[in-house]
Design a protein around this ligand. Structure first.
Ligand SMILES: C[S@@+](CC[C@H](N)C(=O)[O-])C[C@H]1O[C@@H](n2cnc3c(N)ncnc32)[C@H](O)[C@@H]1O
Length: 336
């Protein structure tokens, strides 16, 4: 950061960032990026392809150019490379659904200070998932599956699963990690543990991927119910900020107690750095829990390492997973 006289530029950008979110979400909702890919590569063609006025086509195009989502190549519009890969529907890597994951909270963010002033005791049951309808679970996990498949593939590339027999995925959601792990390791079996409304949805994804004979689901509230005891590797991904310190420690203790001797545990979480000063993404995931009065918060790498050590795991290893977003912290259970 410049050491010169401060300006309001950075503050203004943060204050109005919601408008940038709005522009991105509208473009995805209109499927603007796929249309560009299909040849609607001028404002005029976009106006026709999207069925919007030429004035509005010009406005959204200019905004997307300003945000670097699209670029002008001579007189033709082109998608930026990340947009091309993740936001055009033709690609198997399409993650448009994930862009809308947090949208149900959109209106509440405008009233965050009211939520911060709420002094009622925080609830262990997290209302974003506990007691949701099956349709809500479907929307939620269409989103997590669209991003979780890539994360699952990254996990498979990062961790040797060749000598493991059964993987237990705590809060496994759509089953994305188990699906990718089983696809890459034909001998592996897996269990997706999640709330009952979610396991029904997981079964749909598992069946679509022809893995119903190797991946089973297990209905459980991981804060309250016992875990199956036949896994030699367990993972827990992308639910760290949903619960407070005590709850996360208790879940990891249950994982330790349930794993077979020499079993491995991988916590893939939105963890803050050691001094809790960032990155932004885990910090904001933690803040988001204010809107739901849950016990959730941002946990640091140091805290996560302590939870894993306190549970009894050894050989703790910390690895960056998705830079600035997710850290993978692992430990191994003793042999007896
Ligand atoms: C953001 S999703 C992540 C899903 C999956 N791990 C992934 O990375 O794709 C969080 C998951 O944790 C599950 N979860 C949260 N609280 C839970 C609880 N108390 N018991 C069981 N599952 C829970 C949710 O239902 C949801 O499927």
């Amino acid at each position: 950061m410049s050491l010169g006289r401060p300006t309001t530029v950075r503050l203004q950008r943060i204050a109005r960032a919601y408008r940038e979110s709005g522009a991105l979400l509208a473009a995805v909702e209109l499927d603007l990026f796929s249309k560009i890919n299909q040849g609607a590569n001028t404002e005029e063609k976009l106006s026709a392809a999207l069925g919007i006025s030429s004035l509005n086509a010009e406005r959204i195009t200019v905004a997307c150019l300003g945000l670097g989502l699209i670029i002008r190549d001579e007189d033709k519009l082109k998608n930026a490379i990340d947009v091309e890969r993740f936001l055009t529907k033709e690609k198997s890597t399409y993650a448009g659904d994930w862009m809308f994951f947090t949208q149900p909270d959109w209106e509440k963010w405008g009233r965050l200070s009211d939520f911060l002033k709420n002094n009622e005791p925080a609830k262990l049951d997290n209302e974003t998932v506990k007691g949701i309808t099956i349709d809500e679970a479907r929307r939620y996990h269409r989103a997590t599956f669209s991003i979780g498949r890539g994360a699952g593939r990254l996990f498979v590339r990062s961790v040797d699963l060749s000598f493991h027999h059964r993987m237990l995925d705590i809060g496994g959601g759509s089953g994305a990690y188990c699906i990718e792990a089983c696809n890459a390791n034909p001998h592996l079996k897996a269990t997706v543990l999640d709330l009952p409304e979610v396991t029904l949805v997981a079964q749909e994804f598992i069946a679509e991927n022809n893995l119903s004979d190797r991946i089973i689901t297990h209905d459980a509230d991981f804060n309250k119910d016992p875990f199956p005891k036949d896994a030699d590797i367990a993972i827990m991904a992308s639910n760290l900020p949903m619960y407070g310190r005590q709850a996360i420690q208790a879940v990891i203790q249950k994982v330790y107690d349930a794993l077979l001797p020499n079993g491995e545990f991988h916590l893939i979480g939105e963890a803050l750095n050691e001094d809790r000063s960032g990155p932004t993404d885990p910090a904001i995931w933690g803040l988001a829990q204010t809107l739901h009065n849950s016990t959730g918060m941002a946990h640091s790498i140091t805290e996560c390492t302590d939870y894993i050590k306190n549970a009894g795991f050894q050989s703790i290893d910390i690895n960056e997973f998705v830079p600035g977003v997710l850290t993978r912290i692992s430990g191994v259970k003793s042999s007896n």
